[in-house]
Write a protein that binds this ligand. Structure first.
Ligand code: 5GP
Length: 115
């Protein structure tokens, strides 16, 4: 798999506004936010997209990503009001960076228009 910009962020070779980090997960602010809070939550291992996920093999990692999302929501102070998790997959799914990531969007009443 080709390395992406996110690998450079994981290695701290390029800057990012990190909000949460564990040994296996990194969460940082999206450079082009689509909501008042827009955080990207990524595994440190390189998985290109959702189609590369095996529910059994990656079950622990998936659990950690969800735990991280809840932790980030807590850090941002949006856990009670709520937030949205989005995973874009592939060309028509709107994916631009082929390193699996969750978008956490929050901070206002979100609409429901994928266009
Ligand atoms: P995708 O479209 O692949 O689901 O989402 C990729 C996201 O990565 C986009 O929301 C885009 O703004 C964000 N992004 C792309 N390059 C960078 C970068 O260098 N730094 C940060 N913080 N976000 C980035």
């Amino acid at each position: 798999m080709a390395e992406t910009i996110f690998t450079k962020i994981i290695r701290k070779e390029i800057p990012a506004q990190i909000v949460y980090e564990t040994d296996s997960i990194l969460a940082f602010k999206d450079i082009n936010p689509k909501a008042p809070y827009h955080i990207l939550i990524i595994p440190k291992i390189e998985i290109p997209d959702l189609r590369s996920i095996d529910g059994v093999i990656h079950s622990e990692l998936l659990g950690k990503l969800i735990d991280a999302a809840n932790k980030v929501a807590e850090i941002l102070g949006v856990k009670e009001k709520g937030y949205r998790i989005v995973i874009n997959c592939g060309e028509e799914g709107g994916q631009e960076v082929y390193h699996l990531h969750l978008h956490l969007l929050a901070g206002k009443k979100l609409g429901w228009n994928p266009a």
